[in-house]
Ligand binder design. Structure first.
Ligand SMILES: *[C@@H]1O[C@H](CO)[C@@H](O)[C@H](O)[C@H]1NC(C)=O
Ligand SMILES: *[C@@H]1O[C@H](CO)[C@@H](O)[C@H](O)[C@H]1NC(C)=O
Length: 769
């Protein structure tokens, strides 16, 4: 019954500390790193600070023998190799291959180069700043110095997950916890503009703050005597916490945001030859938001470890999954199951509505509200009834808690069988009703073991595929760049063009391909697409956003190859795709015929993968914001590549993932039906067809050949889930991918529109329209 939490802090710690280790390395003490100095993976060399405490070099993750990071770690003789913790990584979580090298170039930039990944993958951007040398200081700070020995760049300004004594975390900077199983961490420590430190889950949930500052703080800093402080401009501390061994004579300390979302100070303990946690921000690990993920309930054991339990089981089978508490399609017997001393909260999105009422009416309020999934009643005198309307529930349990929770549970076992779906039960789609009953679990069951394992495998496969693809295509770029007469400044693998060059390659914008986009011919007649932007954004911001976008690469995303940023002109240079956009393709009768059922399904999947990648695997969260058929390009094999992602950032707009999910739903319906009038119409029309058992009538008549009915059912269901009016009910893109691939079954969706329900239509099975 008890699943020991896979990500609880202290238990995962030893693993983490020894995650990276080095084979045999040659240490080279360098008082100064002169221009032209170079480290490479194959040479196994390190640059060591003059006191020998820190070393810079390539470190290898034993779980991924061919992946390296370039970072700084403790290197003192008193610390055994497996405890030499990494304190900084170039490019945060960037990994490189054994082809990589790291160099302080003659121009003065620190550059991380990986030839199997297209060249420059990270740079300090200091070329041309009259740099004369670099230095790994005794405090672990890698600095680049100019002729006057002034610091022009320092690694302390770009922290990864760790803060060393003397390092400043200034306003708007953050530490981000390391990824777990290749899923970017949701946890960060953020220094807000009000001068507060916040531990955050995604950006919306703050589960710990440092206390309200009396005046605005400029930086947070860990002192070598073991206090962690907020300091004002006169460097006076106005908020401090002290490690249990503060003022003791401790040789090494660091502060780290751990993978489990807790912030800890560690000290090196000579006696036990280990790192010891001497302070942590959140005392009870169960109070770290989402410690037990979806549907897990956290309890804080005597051992001081958080234990995740899984109370929402429908069956007692030992291998049964943590089931969702709530069955949307359960209209008969709903029961409210009570859990004492339990506090529940929603994640995705994390909001409760609070009503002051009695325990009994709290329970029945939820029972009657079709959207309510669970309630927590605070029996502490406040009489708060906290109503949760999300299906992603997590929480904690503790004998000292006076709250009691009720979880809505469906007592009707039929509700979890696939053939309760109106469409599947319908005689008009025999291919579905004859399919053997599958074990079905709810769509929103996320993460826990299955998803993680699957996601991980899928990720590896994808990595390999993407790797090969990226490799081939990057080699081509590198060749091209090498032979290019344009000395474009290269940052993050992007070529910077002058406006004159853009005019030349587009022959003065002669060949227009679409609104603001033009065909260009680069070296050897290689085509590219130039998009002219209509934005007033200032140079620096433009370049920083472009370098984020340029750093994103995925098989199903159109690659940004370069840009132009010159007085008033802003252009982007994209990879060129022969077949144009999906929209043009669908509108053209001849080309539309080439879109078979299979092609269309693969396009859906490709777009879903691309968006899922943007949402979860990029370091900076990127939503697309303008996903539509016009922004889905097709290559010569009719594979989908999404373009124009991240451009909303240029206008300072931040859209939500839920908007992309909805837009994706529209694309699916368009591909299935070939209809693209107003969204409400097509959506309502196709839902009505589907719900009354005529899902196949939705299908575009222009599709020649076979239609896979099982795929159709899946695609329709997931599209309607994506189009739910209540955006909290929309799935994540990762789930969408799994459903389209058939690895996750999906429940019949409720009507996607808000104004009325189609309950009656569904009961009579009347065919509308
Ligand atoms: C580099 O990695 C590749 C696989 O990625 C491997 O085949 C090759 O042997 C490695 N080279 C060295 C020198 O380790
Ligand atoms: C940290 O901030 C203080 C105050 O602004 C400054 O004096 C000090 O040099 C900074 N330290 C580093 C390593 O940047």
């Amino acid at each position: 019954m008890l699943n020991k939490c896979i990500f609880c802090g202290s238990s995962a710690l030893p693993l983490l500390l020894c995650l990276y280790f080095v084979s045999v390395l040659l240490s080279v003490v360098v008082s100064e790193i002169v221009l032209g100095s170079k480290l490479s993976v194959t040479e196994n060399k390190l640059w060591v600070s003059s006191n020998g405490d820190f070393a810079l070099g390539y470190f290898n993750n034993p779980d991924h023998p061919n992946q390296y990071i370039l970072g700084i770690r403790f290197d003192s003789d008193s610390i055994p190799v497996d405890k030499q913790v990494i304190v900084w990584v170039a490019g945060a979580e960037l990994t490189v291959s054994n082809q990589s090298y790291f160099q302080l170039t003659q121009e003065g930039g620190l550059v991380l180069f990986d030839s199997s990944n297209g060249g420059v993958v990270w740079t300090s951007d200091t070329s041309g700043k009259s740099v004369s040398s670099a230095l790994l200081q005794d405090d672990g700070n890698l600095v680049i110095l100019d002729g006057n020995k002034d610091v022009v760049w320092q690694s302390f300004d770009t922290p990864s997950d760790t803060l060393l004594p003397g390092q400043n975390l200034s306003v708007h900077k953050m530490l981000r916890a390391q990824s777990r199983s290749s899923v970017s961490s949701y946890y960060s420590l953020y220094m807000s503009e009000l001068g507060k430190l916040e531990l955050r889950w995604e950006t919306s949930v703050i589960y710990w703050v440092s206390g309200t500052p009396s005046n605005v703080s400029l930086r947070a800093s860990l002192s070598s005597n073991g206090s962690f402080q907020l300091l004002d401009e006169r460097s006076e501390a106005f908020w401090s916490v002290f490690a249990e061994d503060h003022n003791d004579n401790v040789k090494f300390r660091f502060l780290r945001l751990d993978v489990d979302g807790n912030l800890r100070v560690y000290s090196w303990d000579e006696d036990s030859v280990s790192w010891r946690s001497v302070w942590q921000a959140v005392e009870n690990q169960c109070n770290v938001f989402a410690t037990c993920g979806d549907h897990g309930v956290c309890s804080f054991g005597k051992s001081g470890l958080a234990i995740c339990k899984c109370p929402f089981r429908l069956t007692m089978e030992s291998n049964s999954k943590c089931l969702a508490p709530f069955e949307q399609s359960c209209d008969t017997r709903v029961s409210m199951v009570g859990y004492k001393h339990t506090s529940l909260y929603g994640i995705y999105p994390p909001n409760d509505s609070v009503i002051i009422t009695s325990l009994d009416s709290c329970r029945s309020l939820c029972k009657k509200d079709p959207l309510c999934t669970a309630v927590t009643y605070l029996n502490d005198g406040t009489a708060q009834c906290r109503i949760k309307k999300t299906q992603y529930i997590t929480g904690y349990i503790d004998p000292s808690l006076s709250s009691i929770s009720f979880v809505k549970t469906c007592m009707d076992p039929l509700a979890v069988l696939p053939n309760t779906s109106p469409a599947a039960a319908s005689p008009s789609s025999p291919s579905l009703s004859s399919s053997k009953p599958k074990k079905s679990y709810r769509l929103p069951i996320r993460f826990l073991i299955d998803a993680v394992l699957f996601g991980f495998c899928a990720f590896i496969v994808l990595q390999i595929a993407v790797g090969i693809w990226v490799y081939k295509w990057r080699v081509a770029i590198v060749r091209k760049q090498a032979s290019s007469p344009y000395n474009g400044l290269i940052s993050a693998g992007l070529v910077r063009w002058t406006y004159a060059e853009i005019k030349e390659v587009t022959q003065n914008f002669k060949d227009q391909l679409g609104p603001h986009s033009f065909k260009a011919l680069l070296q050897k007649n290689q085509p590219a697409l130039v998009k002219k932007l209509d934005t007033q954004i200032e140079d620096r911001r433009f370049r920083s956003i472009v370098s984020i976008i340029g750093g994103i690469s995925h098989k199903n995303l159109v690659k940004l190859e370069g840009y132009c940023c010159e007085s008033g002109h802003r252009c982007l240079v994209y990879e060129f795709l022969k077949n144009g956009s999906l929209e043009e393709f669908m509108c053209d009768l001849e080309s539309c015929k080439r879109l078979t059922w299979r092609n269309r399904m693969l396009i859906c999947l490709g777009v879903a993968k691309a968006i899922s990648y943007l949402h979860t695997e990029c370091r900076d969260f990127v939503s697309h914001g303008n996903l539509k058929c016009g922004n889905v390009m097709l290559n010569e094999n009719l594979e989908a590549k999404v373009t124009e992602f991240g451009l909303q950032k240029l206008d300072g707009i931040d859209t939500y993932a839920e908007k992309d999910v909805e837009d994706f739903g529209k694309i699916v319906l368009y591909l299935l039906s070939g209809r693209q009038s107003s969204h409400e119409d097509v959506c309502e029309w196709s839902y009505n067809k589907w719900v009354s058992g005529y899902g196949w009538r939705v299908v575009d008549k222009r599709i020649e050949g076979e239609v896979e009915f099982e795929e159709l059912e899946r695609a329709l269901r997931i599209a309607f889930w994506c189009l739910q009016f209540d955006e909290r009910m929309r799935p994540s893109m990762g789930e969408v991918v799994n459903v389209l691939e058939g690895t996750l079954t999906v429940e019949p969706p409720p009507p996607p529109f808000h104004s009325r329900t189609l309950q009656e239509d569904r009961l009579t099975g009347a065919e509308l329209a």
